[in-house]
Design a protein around this ligand. Structure first.
Ligand code: ZN
Length: 456
């Protein structure tokens, strides 16, 4: 999945992030730390243990995480739920009995979904089963073999090239049996049944940015939204990559239509700038909401057009599904060299970056929830704002000035055709200010919400 894009140091913009977050970034990082040691995969007990921790964390705020177990062999569109994989131990021992490659030191040492093996062999026989990354000789790469039965070990290239001729004892104590695929789902009900879908892949072992950052940020997003009034309902999916969203989609086809906006959260905790990948359509409310939030955050950011590779947005945006789902990241997989290696560790993800990402996703939710259309109740000439206490007679601070500009924009474009987000974009004023102006005008009887069904 690596592209030709130049890899830049993903740590360079850390100083641009605001340091103070009231401890939220530290709390998100602490959740990542708790999840980090578990050996997750597409299926199995590591995945279940992860979902149990997420469920425990959500339960502190009275949010229920529903767990689903889908049997191996179940057909989900063009795919079949695979057998369940569990691993207990794995190692390569030299002839002196030293565990020179040891699953207990890093779960990345074993190719995920490795079939069981216990044998003694020469280096030449072992060599085809060893995987390393020459470009980063000190790091252990992450490899999987989900849909092709195989076994293997991953190790630092520097260790691989120094392995002597020997008789090696090779053991992977794993099981691959009929079982289940597990995923977690939480729903925060809002005023309306229209949903915002938040989805993260939960299948990677000890890797932090990809994607413990996504899981932990989604959990804290749910906690934040739980505390405030919500117009939309918010559905959170914690699913193994690719097969997980396909499974959810196959089991919930009758309710796809409720999903009006959606985001995949991935690689969202490193110190690089925010990156948004647009929906397949490219100009839906979710696209405009995220782009507005990034543009007004006063930090560097990047917008990418949709492509049919990347994370689980490609399932939600497949042509027969075509849900309005974009993907919010910091450094995408092709822009941080630590991607899918042991260097994607607890130091790569930063509390201040996690807090900044969470702030932005909460702001996106505020835009989606607050983006309504209104009708100006006094459209013939400007209404007299001073009489209603909405106009500062002697002029005033710049802030006050912006509030008044916002009121004039909202009054002018509230003809039932323009939603507040469009007014924010057209005026260049932040959505929160536009929303505040609309609230003041509505309280003064100058605006009424347009009740006709809207595109949002
Ligand atoms: Zn990945």
């Amino acid at each position: 999945m690596m592209s030709d894009t130049a890899v830049v140091d993903s740590r360079t913009s850390a100083e641009a992030l605001r340091p103070s977050d009231g401890g939220t970034g530290t709390a998100i990082h602490a959740l990542i730390e708790r999840l980090y040691p578990l050996c997750r995969s597409l299926t199995g007990n590591g995945l279940r243990a992860t979902l149990a921790i997420l469920g425990e964390e959500l339960a502190r705020d009275d949010i229920a995480l529903d767990l689903h177990e889908v049997p191996s062999g179940t057909q989900v569109f063009d795919w079949t739920i695979p057998r369940e994989w569990n691993i207990h131990d794995a190692y390569v021992k030299n002839s002196r009995g030293d565990r020179i490659i040891d699953f207990r030191r890093s779960n990345l040492h074993v190719v995920s979904y490795s079939t069981p093996v216990h044998a003694t062999m020469s280096l030449a026989e072992l060599r085809p089963h060893l995987h390393s990354d020459q470009r980063h000789p000190a790091w252990i790469p992450y490899r999987t073999s989900y849909y092709q039965p195989a076994w293997g070990f991953c190790l630092a290239h520097s260790q691989l090239v120094s392995l002597p001729e020997d008789r090696y004892e090779v053991c992977i104590d794993s099981t691959l049996t009929d079982g289940h695929l597990t995923y977690g789902e939480a729903l925060l009900r809002g005023e309306i049944d229209d949903e915002v879908l938040i989805s993260c892949h939960v299948c990677h072992p000890s890797l932090c940015n990809d994607n413990l950052s996504g899981l932990a940020t989604a959990v804290f997003l749910a906690k934040a939204l739980r505390q405030r009034p919500r117009r939309h309902s918010y559905r959170f999916l914690f699913v193994p990559g690719l097969i997980g969203p396909i499974t959810w989609l196959a089991r919930n086809e009758s309710t796809w239509h409720r999903v009006k906006h959606g985001l995949v959260l991935a690689c969202i905790g490193d110190a690089g700038h925010s990156t948004y990948k647009r929906t397949r359509h490219g100009a839906l409310d979710i696209d405009r909401a995220v782009e507005h939030v990034l543009r007004t955050a006063d930090l560097p950011y990047e917008i990418r057009d949709f492509s049919p590779y990347g994370y689980d947005e490609r399932q939600y945006c497949s042509p027969g599904v075509n849900l309005p789902v974009g993907c919010l990241m910091r450094s995408p997989y092709d822009r941080f060299s630590e991607y899918h290696t042991s260097a994607d560790d607890l130091d790569l993800v930063r509390p201040e970056a996690l807090a900044d990402s969470l702030r932005k996703v909460v702001a996106v939710a505020e835009v989606l929830d607050g983006n309504r259309r209104y009708i100006n109740q006094s459209p013939k000439g400007e209404p007299q704002l001073g009489r209603r206490g909405l106009y500062a007679p002697t002029g005033g601070s710049l802030h006050r000035n912006e509030d008044q500009h916002a009121m004039l924009w909202v009054l002018n474009l509230s003809d039932g055709q323009h939603a507040l987000l469009e007014i924010a974009d057209r005026s260049g004023i932040a959505f929160a200010t536009i929303r505040r102006a609309a609230d003041a005008l509505e309280s003064a009887g100058l605006l009424k919400e347009a009740r006709s069904p809207s595109a949002s």
